[in-house]
Write a protein that binds this ligand. Structure first.
Ligand code: FES
Ligand code: FE2
Length: 413
């Protein structure tokens, strides 16, 4: 499925350049099959086979709100009965946006002529018509199914007859009375700043690649500037990668000064699901899940949900007391983080000029899995990780930081 095309040299420029100067370099391009997410694109159709988180449940209210997801503009709201609605924005009557509508107990009423639609798009009222309550059944505002779970509103935007179960991930299940779900729907995983941009200006694939990239933790987050997480990450890990049912995991082993080793397991599941264990190296299974939700080809929203003890919460990342949005360009150059590295790849990276190396094995495995799943969907089958049987809704997530006496002889990374 790779879309690497033969590079075409610019007109009149020789291909050979033994000195390697930038002059005459051929035009480059993204891997469109992996980065285009609109309706009808290969990746867009794969993404639409899974439930996607839209916003935190607390941000879906009686005030209608515009939201863009998978290159579709939609209106999200919560009706008076508490049901989340996700509708095509242009009113089916004469096209004004439902952003200007008012929410009632059983739906949203368009501001222009008062047509009212339920969260499933049924037209309930047409007050300017001779029989306001006799709407034709075919008068239905395009809609998507939604659910509330884990403090998030989820949507299924794919073919109705292939609608899967919304999975239950074991690391989020059985919340105790002492815990709560902390939900971040504004790309915390990129800038770790509550004031940072809600949607980040780059392809979803940049963040997705980052999930199976244990080596950047040693460089970007630990030794390039300051220790952004914990000192243990200053050690270059020894890593194994393996396919699991529906995804890929890495195991990053590090020897510790106290004679133990830590086995840090991180999980990626198709198409955009992650469980990165505590970056403060808290021991035990992961406590959260994350989702790299494409907004369109050049923007994504990183959504996360994690269980926390009541009274505890994630704190913004600060350098010299400043959060990401308080830093100047120069200060961010001094201490670049995930946002800088991923936005630095451009709106969509130019995959044709990449040089994947040994340390990119996990990324190559992820992309291969995505390409296989795209093919499966094109051939009429269901992709990995799609659960149709409600009895199989529970998904095991292997992620975590596991400490133990040293067992391995370190190998070069
Ligand atoms: S445009 Fe919405 S009711 Fe007329
Ligand atoms: Fe990172």
């Amino acid at each position: 499925m790779a879309t690497v095309e033969e590079p075409v040299p610019a007109h009149g420029v020789p291909r050979d350049n033994p000195l390697g100067t930038a002059y005459g370099r051929p035009p480059q391009h993204p891997d469109h099959a992996l980065t285009q997410v609109g309706p009808g694109t290969p990746m867009g159709e794969l993404m639409r086979r899974y439930w996607q988180p839209v916003l935190a449940s607390r941000n879906v209210t009686a005030r209608p709100r515009e939201v863009r997801i998978l290159a579709e503009d939609l209106i999200v709201f919560r009706d008076g009965e508490g049901r989340p609605g996700l509708l095509y924005p242009r009113c089916m009557h004469r096209g004004t946006s439902l952003l200007w509508g008012h929410v009632e107990a059983d739906g949203i009423r368009c501001c222009y002529h008062g047509w009212k639609f339920s969260v499933e798009g049924h037209c309930l009222e047409q007050p300017c018509e001779p029989n306001p309550h006799q709407c034709r059944p075919e008068h239905r505002q395009p809609w998507y199914p939604t659910r509330d779970r884990y403090g998030l509103v989820w949507a299924y935007m794919g073919p109705p007859d292939r609608r899967p179960v919304l999975p239950r991930w074991d690391v989020l299940e059985n919340l105790t009375d002492e815990e709560y779900y902390q939900v971040a729907d504004a790309s915390w995983g990129s800038h770790r700043d509550p004031e940072g941009p809600e949607v980040v200006p780059y392809s979803w694939l940049h963040m997705n690649d980052n999930i199976m990239d244990p080596f950047h933790v040693q460089v970007l987050h630990s030794t390039f500037s300051v220790t952004q997480f914990v000192r243990e990450f200053e050690v270059m890990p020894t890593c194994d990668f393996e396919y699991i049912d529906g995804g890929v995991i890495y195991r990053a082993y590090r020897d510790l000064e106290d004679g133990r080793e830590v086995d840090r397991i991180s999980t990626w599941m198709a198409p955009n699901i992650m469980s990165v264990p505590s970056t403060m190296l808290a021991a035990g299974p992961s406590t959260g899940m994350g989702f790299v939700v494409p907004v369109d080809d050049t923007h994504c929203r990183i959504v996360g949900v994690a269980r926390f003890k009541k009274g505890e919460s994630r704190q913004p990342y600060r350098v010299n007391g400043k959060t990401w949005s308080q830093m100047s360009l120069e200060e961010r150059q001094d201490v670049p983080n995930d946002y800088e590295a991923q936005a630095g790849q451009g709106p969509i990276s130019l995959h044709s000029e990449e040089h994947l190396a040994t340390s990119d094995r996990g990324i190559a495995m992820q992309r291969r899995a995505l390409e296989q799943n795209i093919r499966r969907v094109m051939e009429g089958a269901d992709p990995d990780g799609v659960i149709l049987d409600p009895a199989r809704e529970l998904v095991h997530v292997p992620s975590g930081n596991f400490f133990r006496p040293k067992q391995r002889t370190p190998e070069p990374a």
